[in-house]
Design a protein around this ligand. Structure first.
Ligand SMILES: [Zn+2]
Length: 164
């Protein structure tokens, strides 16, 4: 194999094994995103592409959004938390935050858009099928327990297998 074929860039041109379509809560109806999951020999490659994120235009406080896989399997909720049924961070190994199975790098906003590609060996695709991907309204501080003080859940989507 040519070394270039190991790169995430060539992988994301292919069909993923699983994907989640994210939509915003009633308060954030413009958010739309797709998170794709690719199985590789070194772990799971995650490719998130999101638009319609909040954007205030302040250079010195550009938006950063906590981004996690949660243990719940539904993007339903209540008046206080529209995605309450997504529950808390997926945590197969009983670790603290930010060492949860479902903890991922936060999304950096770029005038309402965000694209992020990263490799993680915290979960296989099989372990996250059916789980909820959540975007939070605030940065993840990687310290506060149990979930990094990332604020309200602003978008949600369920991870589904991609049919071939
Ligand atoms: Zn966590």
């Amino acid at each position: 194999m040519n070394r270039m074929n190991c790169s995430g860039v060539s992988l994301i041109q292919r069909q993923p094994q699983a994907a989640a379509v994210l939509t915003g809560s009633n308060e954030y109806p413009d958010i739309y995103g797709v998170v794709r999951f690719y199985s590789t020999k070194n772990g799971t490659l995650v490719y998130a592409d999101v638009e319609g994120l909040p954007y205030a235009g302040n250079r010195c406080s550009q938006e950063v959004f906590g981004f996690h896989i949660h243990e719940g399997e539904s993007c339903t909720g209540n008046a206080d938390d529209p995605f309450a049924d997504a529950k808390t961070h997926l945590n197969n190994d009983n670790c603290g935050h930010p060492f949860h199975t479902g903890d991922m790098p936060p999304l950096f906003g770029n005038k309402g858009k965000s694209v992020s590609v990263f490799l993680t060996n915290r979960f296989s695709i099989e372990e996250v099928i059916g789980k909820a991907v959540i975007i939070h309204g605030s940065p993840d501080d990687f310290t506060t327990q149990p979930s990094g003080n990332a604020g309200e859940k602003i978008a949600c989507g369920i991870i589904r297998p991609v049919m071939r």
